[in-house]
Design a binder for this molecule. Structure first.
Ligand SMILES: Nc1ncnc2c1ncn2[C@@H]1O[C@H](COP(=O)(O)OP(=O)(O)OP(=O)(O)O)[C@@H](O)[C@H]1O
Ligand code: SF4
Ligand SMILES: [Mg+2]
Length: 332
C-alpha cells in the first residue's frame, strides 16, 4: 500500500464496516425430520462476523470450501440480506450502496454468450442510470485495448483471462470504491492469474479501489493482500496483516492451512488444498468451532466460543480466537 493511501486510511472511518453479520440458510427437511414432524435445522453460513476494509486496501478472505466466503461476499454486495448484523459502506446501509462491485469466479457464467462486451457493460450502467460513455473507459481501465476493438466482440472470441477482464470492466464502469472478487483467478492458468493480480494491484494504486479478494489459496493471499482474514465455519478465527497471519500464524487452523502447503513459504506458487481433516457437516461444535480438528484442544475448549483477541506478541491488528494461543509452541 502506498504511503498516501496508508495516511488516508488510518485517518478516517473504514470504507466498509461489517458488524455481527449472521446468515442461516433454510435447510431441506430430511425424511427423518418429516417422520418426526420436526423442522430442519438451518445451515449457519455466517455467525456474527465483523470486518473492516479501508479505502484502497486489499483484504484477502481465506478459508476452506463451505467456510462462508461467498455468503459474506453476497451480503456485502447486497445480493442477500443478513439475518442479523450491520453492513455499511461509507456509513450508508444497503439501500444507498452505489460503490460496491462484484467479480465472480466464473466469467463464463457471468457473461451472456450472445451479448457483446459493450452490451454487457452497458446493461450495468443502464441499471444504475449512468451514462453509456463509460463503456470504453471501463474496457480501457481493464486493459482491453483499444476499447473499440473489444466493444463489439462476444465472449467466445476472448481468452479466459480476457473474459475475466470484461467482468472486471463491468464492475469498474460503476465507479466502485470497493470490489469484491470471489475466487477471481481460480479458473485461469498461471500466466493469466499473474496478469489479473497485476491489474487488481494497478487499479488499487491508480484509482484507490479497495478489494476483498476471496481465495482458498494462501499463496495468492500472500501475493496480493495487505491484510488477511481467516474464516472457519462461518466465523473469523484470525486476522491481521498478511505478514502477521501468514508469517506468524497464531490460530491452529491457520497453522494447519499453512502446514498443508508444499512449502513453508506462503509465497510458493500453486494451488493448495487448505487443511488437514474435513470441515464438519451438521451442527457446529460447541465452544471453539475448530476443536474437533485441533491437535491442541483441551476440555475448556468445549465450554465457550473464544473471542477474537490480540494475538500474543502481535501488533494490535493481529487478532486470534483461541484460548491457548499464548501456549502454542513457536513455529520452527
Ligand atoms: N443457497 C444456499 N442454500 C443452502 N445452503 C447454502 C447456500 N449457499 C451456501 N450454503 C451453505 O452455506 C455454507 C457456506 O457456503 P459458502 O458458499 O458461503 O462457502 P464458501 O466458503 O464460499 O465455499 P466455496 O469455497 O466452496 O465456494 C456451506 O455450508 C454451504 O453449503
Ligand atoms: S480454542 Fe482450543 S480447540 Fe480452539 S483452536 Fe484453540 S486450542 Fe484449538
Ligand atoms: Mg464460495
Amino acid at each position: 500500500m502506498s504511503e498516501q493511501l496508508r495516511a488516508n486510511t488510518s485517518a478516517s472511518a473504514p470504507l466498509l464496516r461489517v458488524r455481527g453479520v449472521s446468515v442461516t440458510y433454510a435447510a431441506q427437511r430430511s425424511i427423518a425430520d418429516l417422520l418426526a414432524r420436526r423442522s430442519a435445522s438451518g445451515i449457519v453460513a455466517l455467525d456474527s462476523v465483523d470486518l473492516d476494509v479501508n479505502a484502497g486496501e486489499i483484504v484477502a478472505v481465506v478459508g476452506e470450501s463451505g467456510s462462508g466466503k461467498t455468503t459474506l461476499a453476497r451480503v456485502i454486495a447486497g445480493l442477500i440480506a443478513a439475518d442479523e448484523g450491520v453492513v455499511e459502506v461509507e456509513g450508508e446501509g444497503p439501500n444507498d450502496w452505489r460503490s460496491v462491485g462484484m467479480v465472480f469466479q466464473d466469467p463464463y457464467e457471468t457473461l451472456d454468450p450472445k451479448r457483446t462486451l459493450g452490451e454487457f457493460i452497458a446493461e450495468g450502467l443502464e441499471a444504475q442510470g449512468l451514462p453509456m460513455d463509460r463503456v470504453d473507459t471501463a474496457l480501457e481501465a481493464a486493459e482491453l485495448l483499444p476499447a473499440a476493438a473489444f466493444r463489439d466482440r462476444v465472449p467466445e472470441e476472448l481468452s479466459g483471462g480476457q473474459r475475466q477482464r470484461v467482468v472486471i470492466a463491468g464492475a469498474l464502469a460503476l465507479n466502485p470504491k470497493l470490489v469484491i472478487a470471489d475466487e477471481p483467478v481460480s479458473m485461469l492458468d498461471v500466466s493469466m492469474r499473474a496478469q489479473i493480480l497485476a491489474l487488481i494491484e494497478q487499479l488499487r494504486r491508480d484509482q484507490g479501489i479497495a478489494w476483498i479478494f476471496i481465495t482458498h489459496d494462501l499463496s495468492l493471499a500472500w501475493a496480493i493482500s495487505d491484510r488477511v482474514v481467516v474464516l472457519y465455519l462461518g466465523a473469523v478465527v484470525e486476522e491481521g496483516t498478511a505478514e502477521q497471519v501468514l508469517r506468524n500464524p497464531a490460530h491452529p487452523y491457520t497453522r494447519a492451512l499453512l502446514a498443508a502447503l508444499p512449502s513453508t513459504d506462503p509465497g510458493a506458487a500453486g494451488t493448495h488444498s487448505l487443511a488437514a481433516g474435513e470441515i464438519p457437516q451438521g451442527d457446529t461444535p460447541s465452544g471453539c468451532r475448530f476443536r474437533n480438528r485441533c491437535a491442541h484442544a483441551i476440555e475448556a475448549c468445549a465450554l465457550t466460543r473464544p473471542p477474537l483477541e490480540v494475538a500474543p506478541g502481535g501488533g494490535a491488528e493481529h487478532r486470534v480466537a483461541c484460548i491457548r494461543a499464548a501456549e502454542l509452541p513457536p513455529l520452527s
